[in-house]
Design a protein around this ligand. Structure first.
Ligand code: HEC
Length: 207
């Protein structure tokens, strides 16, 4: 029996007891007690009838990196990170939004090379993207792109590459992030070079 059901049956017993007292006992004081018991019992039954929702912090999802086999798996993880730990969706929209304080990321995976996206995430101040959506001179966006690899968001390299894979996938691009590269270097090697992650569009130095 669930906890609520147990409490409800106790409540019913209490109310029943009150009714019995009122029916069969003539002593005035006990009748008052019986009346009070009925009122209190009814109130607790009503309270227990209200659906309860425990407000717990969101469950932390962990990903078994060994289960990642295809770039699509990476993109699926990236999508979750985009909307949760990465907090990207707090600022960015995918598709036009009136209230956007930041660039719309729709099609970004097709527009930008993965190296550039990586830089946008980890060195956001090195190239500031401006807002051209109004008349006159372009302005800086009111919000600031956080350093995704540092606190408080602090995504690992593996997580960043998963997000890039997601951005490519939702732009209808073939995912150029290679699973082996992400699993191989990953978080152990902090400065894993992005150029090693399948150059896409952009030419690599020395080519
Ligand atoms: C606090 C708000 C905020 C959060 C959170 C945020 N961004 Fe940004 N982002 C911005 C702003 C503002 C810009 C534009 C200025 C700039 O380039 O630094 C930007 C720029 C970008 C760009 C470059 C866009 C372009 O067209 O060049 C990319 C890509 C990007 N963000 C992706 C992400 C991803 C992925 C995440 C989550 C891991 C994220 N952002 C989280 C505010 C944010």
């Amino acid at each position: 029996m669930s906890e609520v059901a147990l409490l409800q049956s106790i409540g019913l017993v209490v109310v029943g007891l009150g009714i019995l007292i009122l029916l069969f006992i003539k002593a005035k004081f006990l009748r008052v007690v019986g009346f009070v018991i009925i009122v209190l019992g009814t109130f607790s039954l009503i309270a227990l009838g209200v659906p309860q929702m425990a407000s717990l912090p969101p469950a932390i999802e962990t990903f078994d990196i060994t289960k990642v086999k295809t770039p699509d798996d990476l993109a699926a993880i990236g999508q979750k990170i985009f909307f949760s730990k990465g907090q990207c969706a707090l600022c960015h929209s995918i598709g036009p939004s009136e209230a956007a304080r930041c660039p719309d990321l729709k099609g970004i995976g097709a527009k930008l090379a993965p190296e550039f996206i990586y830089e946008s995430l980890t060195e956001p101040q090195s190239y500031i993207y401006l807002d051209f959506r109004h008349h006159g001179l372009p302005k800086e966006y009111p919000a600031r792109m956080p350093y995704i690899g540092k606190n408080p968001i602090a995504l690992s390299n593996q997580e960043i590459y998963s997000v890039i894979a997601f951005l490519q996938k939702m732009s209808g691009e073939p995912i150029s992030i290679k699973v082996e590269d992400v699993l191989g270097g990953g978080s152990k090697d902090g400065d894993m070079k992005v150029a090693a992650i399948g150059a896409h569009g952009a030419s690599q130095p020395g080519e």
